[in-house]
Write a protein that binds this ligand. Structure first.
Ligand code: PEP
Length: 250
């Protein structure tokens, strides 16, 4: 049975005071999580250890870095390695978010290196893919996303890829309030699973595929009921405690 995952992406938001109060709210809330349904909090790097500490009472609440570098250590000022992340007990990392691809020029090939080093250190990548608006309008989104997966992931063995979480995030739906319809999400998730199955066979059924793009508590229940939508990657709504608690429990 593949895991259900709800991941919060705080991006570059929140002061220490706000982070404390959000984390306290999540730690205290009754959450519908268990070994098959987990929540992961991708917080800004300075709050990683705080988040670990605050959420430590519940093993199904995990903490993720929003990025990592492709090298083990060394003279890369400002970067964070998986070695550092592992040493502070972080088990997840978001890779290939469209904002990293767009503002920091991260290519599929560069992301493949980050995927490799993450897996080497036993850190689960939450690997983001998704098309911009013009690709959706040209109706070539399935091929576009397939190429992202092929170029960043398809060098992995079946065992390695079974450790990845994929997040499909249509760029036109991120932070825009415009969400893909449930049918559009399911159609793409099915296409991603078919691409994975063509290369890796049954392992495709073990890989959680999350949807991201303006998920709200009001849209979550129907969205997560789609058979190939295994949870969500949530930006804006993950910064509002009540809203995100409802999304986790959806
Ligand atoms: C995201 O940051 O990955 C995201 C999906 O943001 P939002 O939920 O705000 O659209």
């Amino acid at each position: 049975m593949r895991k259900k995952v709800i991941a919060a992406n705080w991006k570059m938001n929140g002061t220490l005071e706000q982070a404390n109060s959000l984390l306290d709210a999540f730690a205290a809330a009754p959450l519908n999580v268990n070994e098959n349904k987990i929540a992961v909090f991708a917080v800004p790097a300075p709050y990683l250890m705080l988040a670990k500490e605050k959420l430590s009472g519940n093993p199904y609440l995990q903490v993720a870095a929003q990025n990592c570098y492709s090298k083990k250590s060394g003279a890369y000022t400002g970067e964070i390695s998986v070695e550092i992340l592992k040493s502070i007990g972080i088990n997840y990392v978001v890779l290939g978010h469209s904002e990293r691809r767009e503002y920091f020029g991260e290519s599929n090939a560069f992301l493949a290196e980050k995927v490799n080093i993450s897996l080497e250190y036993g850190i689960t990548p939450i690997f983001c893919c998704g098309e911009p608006l013009e690709i959706r309008e040209a109706e070539t989104q399935n091929a576009f996303v397939a190429k992202q997966l092929e170029e960043s992931l398809f060098h992995l063995s079946a065992e390695e890829i079974s450790k990845i979480i994929i997040a499909y995030e249509p760029i036109w739906a991120i932070g825009t309030g415009k969400t893909a319809s449930n049918e559009q999400a399911q159609e793409m998730h099915l296409s991603i699973r078919a691409v994975l199955a063509a290369k890796y066979g049954d392992v495709a059924n073990e890989i959680p595929i999350l949807y991201g793009g303006s998920v709200k508590a009001s849209s979550a229940v129907a969205l997560f009921a789609e058979p190939d939508v295994d949870g969500g990657l949530v930006g804006g709504a993950s910064l509002v405690a009540d809203e995100f608690i409802k999304i986790i429990n959806a």
